[in-house]
Design a protein around this ligand. Sequence first.
Ligand code: PEP
Length: 255
Amino acid sequence: MSAPRRPFLAGNWKMHGTREEAARLARELRGIIGGETERDVAVFPPFTALAAVREALEGSPIGLGAQNCHPEVKGAFTGEISAPMLRDAGCAYVLVGHSERRQLFGETDDTVARKLRAALAADLRPVLCVGETLEERKGGRTEETVRRQIEAALASLSPADLERITIAYEPVWAIGTGLTATPAQAQEVHGFLRVRLRALFPTAVADRTRIQYGGSVKPDNIDGLMLEPDVDGALVGGASLSATSFGAIVRYGRG
Ligand code: PEP
């Protein structure tokens, strides 16, 4: 039997927070979970707050990530930030293909695949987000959608690349809506994703890959989700903007 996967709890702060607010949130969080040794934790502040949060988290086990990157290393791409720039800013992680990027900013599977490669080339650890819309779920196309998304992103990557990637299953209908997938619904898709990963990569590597659930995760629903065998963590939006609630999510199951 393979070793259990280390839980990974991540907070996506989206477009919230001045430098001061973000640093305060990071300091508060550090006060609550700064001694965490059994679970991986990371926060994803807006670009402008990366430096302030990096300073506030210096020497703590809480990792730093960005919410997006450009596929190219540099060039005439006004307003964009490249993966090496994020590495230089102290990021260890980057979100790739978040549904808000796909839906509001027109990111295609191809763009997501290019960003993923750029993140890996810059030695970042990408969190690859996939998930179906409500229409796709109602139409019975959940598996078809997430299969297309992960295959487009991961095809032609090496097992060593996959070792650096976390998958986040985020049903679009559950993001920011207060509607969470039930643990059984999450497990159904996570289990499917695991099978697809095993079809693409050596089983041992597929079985080490962490699959986070995201979509209205709160302190009162995390315990049930984390009981599922293929739910290895959470990507948290709204509830990560409060140190108390994100701290409680990180400390799930400990009473
Ligand atoms: C997200 O943005 O990745 C997310 C899951 O948001 P929320 O927790 O607010 O649904």
